[in-house]
Write a protein that binds this ligand. Structure first.
Ligand code: SAH
Ligand code: F3S
Length: 481
């Protein structure tokens, strides 16, 4: 993936292993965040038990599922365009059924059936276990909708089918939903209240992945630092938990320690952290375990205290700097990345300059930057006018992207001359003779293949770079191999 990007909602078609005893063909396409891609693996697992065999050829599908994203308007427009394409195929395959999953399903509910006639089934992110019943309804000629959000569902008991996998890196989801209510964000409405998954089921999944040859796991949640297990239930109900539940509870730093100890040779990453919830314990745990990568994605959204407040981000610019200082002090070679929004309602040129100066202070390794997109139903949409003109949003966006490019180049150059451990993920896209992998900081590195293979941990001498890619030469296996 491009390290400096303005829009990440790219669709990817996925195919799962063929199972010859199955009879119907499923084509599943995912948009948006990593959580959606991970959810599609859960959906594929649930449907494989129902006799669905997947295909990566849309024209062969009996059932087409599209796992959707609502985060920005553009993500929704992309999905609607895909529905037009499915419609054209349905003309020659009238028995083909189309289901919409994920955040757009949750946001639009049964309205989707009226707005897009092609859609037969609308299923929200907490209702995937109901898919067998919903498909039966569709088979019987009725449209089917389940958008009920759950207080408990974590899919902890579903073993995901790894889709489109490189066999080396995998995602493991640890929380669902989000309680933070950032005023611009639709996620709390589409994914519901925050709940954490039983740590034992997380460790079991990690052990299973290791047994299958996977070497790196990214723990996923909308807000991983807020992970809290006390026997199940909503995060917000923890205050009513019993003394025993409180004493034996597992927070995010403990969870990191559990997985890192369970598989000491496996690499661990996590995403996403929220500055208001990240504790020093987490940073100390990262420092303590060699196998937890030195990389945090720490979105800030804006450098202006006034805008942070309007966004309901519960920390100030100064508190964010304190956190960044702690990360850099405790883990000097830690990479840090950001998400930023330009043109949030009322944002002035002064606020924008605050964002640029915050970026200068942190010098992020990578960034994901977006122009504000008003989302229906959010607090910002209800209370604030979307008053920054589109061309100003775009100009500010271009400025922060340009600055991020400079920082990205600087940060990548800092690795030059070092020997770093790289986990080989596959062949480089640009050169058949080179492997591609990542160092601990998540920077992509490429180097001549020699006799190494996918899944090897290799020490690589970093000799040259582009703005986001290191070019090196392997000097041997790393100790971890
Ligand atoms: N905590 C989440 C954030 C999900 S949204 C996570 O796991 O990544 C990802 C990013 O999209 C946010 O950090 C924010 O920068 C951006 N975003 C969210 N809502 C937006 C909106 N209405 N307009 C523009 N960008 C938005
Ligand atoms: Fe959205 Fe803020 Fe949660 S960005 S996902 S409400 S932390």
């Amino acid at each position: 993936m491009e390290k400096v990007i303005a829009e990440s909602a790219q669709g990817t078609a996925l195919a799962l292993e063929k199972n010859n005893s199955n009879t119907r063909k499923l084509y599943i396409e995912s948009y948006g965040c990593q959580m959606n891609f991970s959810d599609s693996e859960i959906v594929a697992s649930i449907l494989s038990k129902e006799g669905f065999n997947t295909t990566d050829i849309l024209e062969d599908a009996d059932l087409v599922l599209v796992n959707t994203c609502s985060i920005r308007e553009k993500a929704e427009t992309t999905v609607r365009k895909r529905l037009e394409k499915f419609n054209s195929i349905k003309k020659s395959r009238p028995h083909m059924k189309v289901g919409v999953l994920g955040c757009m399903a949750e946001r639009l509910k049964s309205k989707f059936l009226e707005e897009e006639k092609i859609v037969d089934m609308v299923v929200g992110p907490d209702a995937y276990k109901d898919l067998p019943n919903l498909i039966q309804e569709v088979d019987e000629g009725r449209n089917a909708v389940n958008v009920i959000l759950s207080k408990e569902e974590t899919y902890g008991d579903v073993a995901p089918v790894r889709l489109n996998s490189n066999g080396v890196t995998a995602f493991v989801s640890i929380t669902r939903g989000c309680d933070n209510m950032c005023t611009f964000c639709v996620v709390p409405f589409t994914r519901g209240r925050e709940r954490s998954r039983d740590p034992q089921s997380i460790v079991d999944e990690v052990n299973d992945l290791w047994g299958k040859g996977f070497k790196e796991v990214t723990l996923l949640g909308q807000n991983v630092d807020s992970y809290l297990w006390y026997g199940g239930g909503l995060k917000k109900d923890f205050t009513n938990a019993s003394d025993i539940q409180k004493a034996t509870s597992v927070d995010f730093s403990k969870l990191l320690g559990l997985v890192a100890t369970a598989q000491p040779k496996m690499r661990f990453r996590f995403s996403t952290s929220n500055p208001q919830d990240m504790t020093l314990d987490v940073i100390h745990t990262m420092a303590k375990f060699e196998n937890i990568c030195n990389y945090v994605h720490l979105p800030v959204q804006s450098g202006s205290n006034r805008i942070l407040k309007e966004m309901n981000r519960l920390h100030s610019r100064e508190e964010y700097f304190e956190l960044i200082d702690s990360v850099k002090k405790i883990i000097p070679d830690c990479a840090i990345s950001q998400d930023m929004i330009t043109g949030f309602p009322t944002e002035t040129e002064e606020d924008h300059k605050d964002t640029l100066s915050l970026m200068e202070y942190v010098k992020y390794d990578y960034g994901f930057m977006f122009a504000y997109s008003e989302r229906p139903g959010t607090a910002a949409a209800r209370k604030l006018e979307d008053d920054v003109p589109f061309d100003i949003k775009k100009r500010r966006l271009a400025e922060i992207i340009a600055l991020q490019r400079v920082h990205c180049q600087e940060r990548t150059e800092q690795h030059l001359g070092q020997i770093q451990e790289v986990l080989i993920e596959g062949t480089s896209k640009k050169n058949e003779g080179h492997w591609m992998g990542r160092n601990s900081q998540n920077t992509v590195a490429v180097f001549p293949k020699e006799n190494y293979k996918v899944g090897d941990f290799v020490n690589v001498k970093m000799e040259d770079c582009t703005s986001a890619t290191l070019i090196g030469k392997a000097v041997g296996y790393s100790e971890n191999n």
